[in-house]
Design a protein around this ligand. Sequence first.
Ligand code: PHE
Length: 383
Amino acid sequence: MISPRRILFSLLPLPLLAALLTGCGSSGGDAIRIGEFASLTGSEASFGRSSHNGTVLAFEELNAGGGVLGKKLQLISEDNQSKQGESTTVVKKLIARDKVVAILGEVASGRSLEAAEICQQFKVPQVSPSSTNPKVTQKGDYIFRVCWEDKFQGGQVLAKFALDSLKAKRVAVLTDVGAPYSVGLANFFREGFLAGGGQIVAEQKFTKDDKDFKAQLTAAKSTGLDAIFVPAYYGQVTLIALQARELGITVPIFGGDGWEAPELIQGPGAAQALEGCFFSTHFSPDQEMPKAKEFVAKYEKRFGAKPDAMGALGYDSALVLVDAIKRAGSTEGAKIRDALAATKDFDGSTGRITIDAERNARKPAVIIQIKGGQFVYKETVNP
Ligand code: PHE
């Protein structure tokens, strides 16, 4: 009897068979292949495009400097269309078909969680640039991020900001119950805000495809609130703000990094509805940090626009990963993983990156205010 494995091998062209048997197939011939999955189209396309641009810039620089381990780097990008389930498909493809040595992505926590399941199973290191839900890196020892988590963003930065800067005691929370990011951030905020003496006067829910938030907003309005917290992605935030103002709700609305996209304040009435409102994020092009300034200049020259947090984190994620490959001296998954885990004081565009025992990074957050149709840097909050 011929085993299925023998049949497979006898059908393979010789060079490929040789590569499989010697175990060097994963380096992909001449270039070291790195996979990226991103929301390049669909509801959060702004996230994917920015992050992708930052990553592309990093690869161009790295290759101009000779690549790594004597080889050029090849970035293989896949679009998950901002759709649930697609990240699983494209990441499997990157690993099985393209034989990438590591994976970069995603911005949205829900999609990073999907990929992490696969990357951990196949022992392919994954570096998320900007997913902040704690569960992402808890998926296993091959999963890393180069940003802080929502425990910091919600429980410390935003809870403190609401109490001290907004002077809000009574806050309503509107959560997207289908998004791990939204649910996690709402929970951490509640914890920190209550501990600081605040009161949650309404907890309202919605899901990704909802377009009408009037019932939730009307319920919130009747409570005599000081502010509304919306831990959601930009598309939903704009609709919520417009409908809140239509209902005569004038209190400030605030949120987290999911707000950050030019689209947030585009479209009729959006900028006015959100005038004076705030959100927290990872980076501002107006921060006074030498590394950030340097990155902003390079990004502007390459793409003709200023980078946002996702651009900066997309850039840093690629640099941190390639730095680890260099220190590992190898493209073997386990060795890259160990080198990533040992990352210390990497000088990134978003600050110094040290990977802790839980495979997360600790860095400052920034608060941005929406003013006259612009995102204006207000302050930096240290961990
Ligand atoms: N932190 C968000 C999430 O985990 C994604 C995000 C990061 C959005 C940075 C904007 C900027 O889903």
